[in-house]
Design a binder for this molecule. Structure first.
Ligand SMILES: [Zn+2]
Length: 318
């Protein structure tokens, strides 16, 4: 049975998987990225990880990476992670040279959306958006099984939708960006700030007594335990998220909006707040009626599976 290799380039680890045409991960390898050694060394590690899962059924390989990736040339055009010399890396060509099979590359947010549209929360649905709630907020758009790339492959910066006209200044140059209010990073910052102001709450105790260790995970756990401060923080963050998600539902008329990233693991407390915001008018009711909002289903496998899908599409099959 034919297969491909999907490779997920992370800041600390490179994860590779041999994947069949149904999306089954047949074999895995996991090796350190060694980002500090620079782009060439990282590329060698990628080849090494791929070699570990290689066999004679493999038709193609693809890497998913942060940053702007040209999916047509397989080049990293600019980079949003700490790998010196990654910018300009001809990922596709290096895969081909190192492995002797066609090589491809894609941005990680796009690949996560592609994976969810193939095998996860958006399976079999025509228009799928993903919001990835991490330190910031990433995004991706898949239409009819294909990534929507925009004119220069810089789709989809959902974290930089402005939801607060006179809001906080963002590193991107805009004000009031969604990721300043609704990301896991924003929830963490807000919790620590309010705790340092002396607000009474269970949150520090949930983090072992150290305010500097309070994270979005503790805030979600605080909500489950009825902690007033945690509820206040999450209500506000999800209100902002609803404003961002609702705006894109109105624009794209999608079948599914997938919520991914670390915070989506607390879907039990995220979902009711996000849905309440969307139902309150943040999403236009007739459009929202045709849209599902779901937690990501593929977890840590999204990178490998998204890369595999890119490789399969590169081969022209299935
Ligand atoms: Zn911004």
């Amino acid at each position: 049975m034919a297969s491909v290799i999907g490779i997920d380039l992370g800041g600390t680890n490179i994860r590779a998987g041999r994947v069949d045409s149904e999306g089954g991960i047949v074999r895995r390898a996991n090796i350190p990225t060694e980002a500090e050694k620079g782009g060439d060394a990282v590329m060698d590690n990628i080849i090494h990880a791929a070699d570990e899962v290689m066999d004679d059924t493999v038709q193609a390989a693809a890497v998913v990476s942060p940053g702007v990736i040209n999916p047509y040339t397989g080049e990293a055009e600019s980079i949003a992670c700490n790998i010196p010399g990654w910018e300009g890396m001809q990922i596709g060509a290096r895969l081909k040279k190192g492995l002797g099979i066609p090589g491809f590359a894609e941005n990680d947010g796009n690949a996560a959306c592609l994976a969810e549209a193939w095998l996860g929360a958006g399976r079999g649905r025509p228009i799928v958006l993903i919001f990835t709630l991490g330190t910031g907020i990433g995004g991706g758009i898949v239409c009819d099984g294909k990534v929507f790339h925009g004119v220069s492959n810089k789709v989809a910066e959902f974290g930089h939708i402005s939801v607060e006209y006179e809001g906080a200044k963002c590193g991107c140059g805009n004000t009031g960006c969604l990721e300043l209010y609704a990301s896991a990073g924003a929830v963490r910052r807000e919790a620590r700030r309010l705790l340092k102001e002396g607000r009474r709450s269970l949150l520090a105790e949930l983090a072992g007594g150290d305010v500097e260790k309070v994270d979005a995970k503790e805030v979600c756990e605080g909500v489950r335990r009825g902690d007033g401060l945690a509820v206040e923080i999450l209500d506000r963050a999800m209100g902002y998220l609803a404003a961002g998600v609702g705006s894109l539902i109105n624009v794209f008329n999608p079948s599914v909006v997938v919520i991914g990233g670390a915070m989506s693991l607390s879907w039990d407390v995220i979902e009711p707040r996000l849905m309440a915001g969307l139902r309150s008018g943040r999403a236009f009711a007739p459009i929202f009626a045709d849209c599902e909002v779901k937690a990501a289903e593929l977890g840590d496998n999204a990178g490998i599976l998204g890369a595999a899908r890119v490789a399969w599409q590169g081969t022209g099959r299935p």
